[in-house]
Design a protein. Structure first.
Length: 94
């Protein structure tokens, strides 16, 4: 069964961008999001490593009245951190 997920970019706790992901499991959504974020931050690591920037993945809930995907239960979040002198995405389960 395919489930919809939201990959939400947060800046200082406020929603900046929401990307939809359709995946067969939370693990697939996390892997897909990691690929998206890896490409998105290339060459912009300094900007994305600023305090207050993080990404969450949640199960998306369809609002049929407004035809939008609302945030559901948060699965976890990504942060971009410096490890051994290199930028690295770190996943934390909620």
């Amino acid at each position: 069964m395919i489930t919809n997920y939201n990959l939400t970019t947060l800046v200082d706790g406020d929603t900046s961008v929401v990307d939809g992901i359709a995946a067969g499991s939370p693990e697939q959504a996390i892997a897909f999001a990691a690929g998206i974020l890896t490409e998105r931050v290339k060459g912009h690591e300094t900007m994305f490593m600023s305090p207050g920037v993080r990404w969450t993945i949640d199960t998306a809930v369809m609002d049929l009245e407004n035809v939008t995907m609302l945030p559901g239960e948060v699965i976890g979040m990504f942060d971009l951190v410096l490890q051994a002198g290199q930028p690295r995405l770190v996943w934390t389960t909620a």
